[in-house]
Design a protein around this ligand. Structure first.
Ligand code: ADP
Length: 376
């Protein structure tokens, strides 16, 4: 025989209570306890857990949404169906939004409906709980992954530092003369260790930012200056590739509260990407202007562009696109992931607009106001 579903009804109107009782006994399969006050309901909940709870929101000792809140806080795991009148249906909906499984409008209930709603509430609560648990497991796994990446990069850096140090000593011929080939080969070792070092730094940064462990040093910053300096820094690199780089910065650009080093890192990444992914004789433009209480910054190039379907992925870690055309470009696809997280830690947003073969625009919006400090 199927087990009876135990229902606790908290309802002070004797007429309504009797009706529910009759409907339930008609449907069979249910056993019912009824109390007519909130305090009695809470007491009953402490003593034994029903399979489902039917709750009238207006009781002698509690009214409206408060009634729901008290019961839900007291017994968050119990499936809950709110009984509402026609006039307070919106209240019942609000309760559903905040954790009740369903609601019934009094006077519009028949036995079949009541029985279906209660079974559904039990099922739905079960599904919600399972989802919640699955979600928590995922969060834990994600945390574990971040911790692992952070610990691994940290541990790998120590021996790498030693390798770099000794390679430098040998390369400087402080422990004996090298022939040309030895010098050449050690040069390759040095380049590779430098790359590895940069990679580990990026990985560490990313995992730190993801876990909110990065301290943002927010200061009032003149972006006008910062952006012009950034463009200057990349001039030589662009020239070498025959790329024109220029800036157009609104002179009255507002100063903003930000971590200037981090914003530099963002610009380094965006501009060096533009140079990487723009062929000879291309053009790059860095511009900035005020936009309400935000500052708008963009890096625009007329390079190879990014396919529409790849555009969402570029901000995810380890995503590299267009591998064929840019086979020889160094990188592991962490730059833009880092960029996005830095911008978001400032309360800002970044987006990409791009047309394959025509070029890309990376657009940033940063709030002028003092924000993002909660990260620090
Ligand atoms: P990396 O440059 O190390 O591969 P990023 O995270 O900086 O990693 O960039 C991810 C991918 O986005 C790159 O591999 C490239 O395919 C694409 N991308 C980034 N910037 C541009 C750009 N300005 N033009 C075209 N493609 C770009």
């Amino acid at each position: 025989m199927e087990q009876r579903i135990r229902v606790l009804l908290i309802e002070d109107n004797p007429g309504d209570a009797r009706l529910i009782q009759e409907l339930l006994s008609e449907a069979g399969l249910f056993s019912l306890d009824t109390v007519d006050r909130l305090d009695l309901g809470l007491k009953s909940l402490s003593q034994k857990t029903p399979d489902v709870l039917l709750l009238d929101l207006s009781l002698p000792d509690s009214h409206g949404f408060q009634t729901f809140l008290q019961v839900h806080t007291h017994a968050p795991m119990v499936p809950l169906v709110v009984l509402s009148g026609l006039v307070d249906e919106s209240l019942a909906l609000e309760a559903v939004r905040k954790g009740a499984q369903d609601y019934l409008v009094k006077g519009r209930v028949d036995g079949q409906m009541l029985s279906r709603v209660m079974r559904y509430a039990i099922e739905r609560k079960g599904t919600e709980e399972r989802l919640k648990q699955a979600n928590e497991r995922l969060k834990k796994l994600d945390e574990l992954k971040s911790n692992f990446i952070s610990a691994a990069s940290h541990e790998l850096r120590t021996p790498l530092t030693a390798i770099k140090g000794y390679v430098a000593i040998v390369l400087q011929e402080r422990v004996g003369k090298l022939n040309d080939q030895q010098k050449e080969f050690l040069g390759y070792v040095k380049d590779s260790t430098d790359r590895l070092h940069r990679l580990l730094d990026d990985l560490l940064d990313l995992s730190r930012i993801e876990s909110g462990r990065v301290e943002m040093r927010m200061t009032l910053t003149d972006l006008n200056l910062l952006l012009k300096e950034e463009v200057m820094i990349f001039k030589v690199q662009a020239d070498n590739k025959g790329i024109l780089i220029e800036s157009e910065i609104e002179p009255s650009l507002k100063k903003i509260y930000c971590d200037a080093d981090k914003v530099r890192e963002v610009m380094d990444n965006l501009i060096s990407n533009s140079i990487k992914y723009t062929p000879k004789n291309g053009k790059i433009k860095v511009s900035a202007r005020n936009e309400g209480n935000r500052v708008y910054i963009e890096v625009r190039d007329n390079g190879i562009g990014i396919k529409e379907e790849d555009q969402m992925r570029v901000f995810e870690p380890f995503q590299r696109i267009n591998r064929d055309e840019t086979e020889d470009e160094e990188g592991v696809g962490l730059g833009l992931a880092l960029v996005k997280r830095i911008i978001e830690a400032h309360g800002g947003v970044i987006e990409v607009k791009s047309t394959e073969g025509k070029g890309s625009v990376f657009a940033i919006r940063l709030p002028v106001e003092k924000r993002g400090e909660r990260q620090g």
